[in-house]
Design a protein around this ligand. Structure first.
Ligand SMILES: O=C(O)CCC(=O)C(=O)O
Ligand SMILES: [Fe+2]
Length: 225
């Protein structure tokens, strides 16, 4: 028998989401697209005010616990930060949560619970994809909770003295933390299949502390109706 490498499935829905969000961001004068061929990556400077960043940082400090991973990797050094869920209905989070969905033009209910994350010196999030690998055991559960992840939005809440950049080694971009700046990228290719070139990592913090929030959007509704 011939061994055939299975190609990841294309998806008209995910392709359409990619086109619509990109068109909206391209038309938004506050947003700039990074000049990359490999992935659709966008920036919004000063998406949050200093006060909004401080409010989120306080929530992260109050709730943080060691970060977890979806797949059961034995590698304990993979994601060494601390993280927490950001309650989408709380008065400090809700307006920001809704502003992110509005920026991308995606339904609020497609967004997973925003994650807060704190990295101390030496802490990192090694190279990974945000999309789900459909061959892994968690996939059935993810399918039932809104399906594949399409776009990621991430906001830096503080300036970091040294290190802590978000690095896309295959796409060729390294973004240094900048207080209030939002990054958004499409985890899918134009045909709606997973884009391997979105591989990225949160590089180790060399000096200072790094705070971010991340919001992952599903192709369907993540919130139970
Ligand atoms: O900390 C970073 O720069 C990256 C975080 C990240 O990749 C994630 O939260 O999915
Ligand atoms: Fe990520």
């Amino acid at each position: 028998m011939f061994a055939r490498k299975q190609k990841p499935a294309t998806s008209p829905l995910r392709a359409e989401i990619g086109r619509q969000v990109a068109a909206r961001l391209d038309a938004d004068p506050r947003v700039e697209r990074a000049g990359l061929e490999a992935i659709q990556l966008y920036f919004h400077l000063d998406f949050l005010t200093g006060d909004q960043c401080d409010a989120l940082i306080a929530l992260i400090d109050a709730n943080r616990r060691p970060s977890t991973l979806l797949s059961d990797r034995a590698d304990t050094g993979f994601r060494t930060s601390e993280s927490c869920d950001m309650d989408r209905w709380s008065p400090d989070v809700r307006p920001i949560d809704e502003a992110i969905a509005d920026l991308l033009g995606l339904p609020h209910e497609n967004g997973e619970t925003m994650q807060g994350q704190r990295y101390a010196v030496g802490q990192q999030f090694r190279a990974h994809h945000d999309y789900f690998h459909e061959s892994e055991s968690y996939w059935a559960q993810m399918q039932a909770s809104g399906g594949q992840r399409t776009w990621t939005a991430m906001i830096f809440l503080n300036d970091v003295e040294e290190g802590g950049a978000t690095w896309f080694p295959q796409a060729g971009a390294r973004v240094a933390p900048r207080r209030g700046m939002l990054l958004a990228w499409n985890n899918m290719k134009p045909d709606g299949s997973p884009n391997e070139l979105t591989l990225h990592e949160g590089m180790p913090v060399a000096e200072g502390v790094k705070y971010i929030v991340t919001k992952w959007f599903r192709e369907g509704s993540w919130l139970k109706r």
